[in-house]
Write a protein that binds this ligand. Sequence first.
Ligand code: PBG
Length: 344
Amino acid sequence: LSPFPRPSSEEARPSSLNLSHRPRRNRKAEWSRRLVRENVLTANDLIWPIFIVEGASGRQPVGSMPGVERLTIGEAVREAERAASLHIPAVALFPYTDPALRDPTGSESLNSRNLVCRAVREIKKAVPELGIICDVALDPYTSHGHDGVMDGQRILNDETVALLARQAVLQAEAGADIIAPSDMMDGRVGAIRTALDEMGFQDVQIMAYAAKYASAFYGPFRDAIGTSATLVGDKRTYQMDPANANEAMREVLLDLEEGADMIMVKPGLPYLDIVHRVKETFAVPTFAYQVSGEYAMIKAAAANGWIDGERAMMESLLAFKRAGADGILTYFAPQVAEKLKTQG
Ligand code: PBG
């Protein structure tokens, strides 16, 4: 005789709710979850942003971005080789410009032998099969840390665009495959397209930071390129108001009309609604930038043992895919690609 009371027939049958729909059925085992999975992250989805610094050799840790380092060109070439071997399609290069070379108009941006142009040449020579993306903006080169030239407190649009178009041509001459204007000046995509075409760079793509918000999440990046201490004021007269979504659609439309080949939304996770709307509305290649602050938050919480950093990394990147992104710029790129490789 059982020491346990016999359940009544009602209690014995878990189906007693008589449900015809039980979504949990498809989740009952790993094989079934794999079978019904709607989105996957692969190495093909990753773009790796890399910080470049002057120097014969070596690496400098970025304090607010644990695991991220500024790389000298030699180290960057090594990491570019690693990126290619991990099947990461492209890297995006960002220079830490020697403060002595920064001035109010960012004139170092027009030096064909500046840090970024030399890095592009070296990486292209060593790893021709890897895509190279160059950011177009003046902020790594200006003494005030803004993305444009200033008249008093104003950021001048048209004067800045003229400089950006020349900067883009120099980067293309160095071997950049994709030009990514991140400055948020009006009309820069069209001007860059015209300038590239005039110089015979019809095949150089433009990935427009079309919907780029004036965000608090860029803080660690500004440490990495050395603009956080010098930035005068904020970027709200050119980067978008985080309150706006319809305006993002207009920005994307204009950039597409001006000839953008791909669209980027930035920051990433807090703006997944924008990523989704852009993809639904325009059905063009759409990218999201998981920016420095997003990376730092995951790293900091993980370092405190408050979240599982690896899982948060994978989940956040998958969320971009679910929202409709074709790819993600992420500082996690090499770590994710390694992980995806071992997972098969
Ligand atoms: C500069 C630029 C920024 C980022 C990419 N390009 C910073 C800014 O606009 O101040 C941010 C990237 C990141 O936070 O990871 N035009």
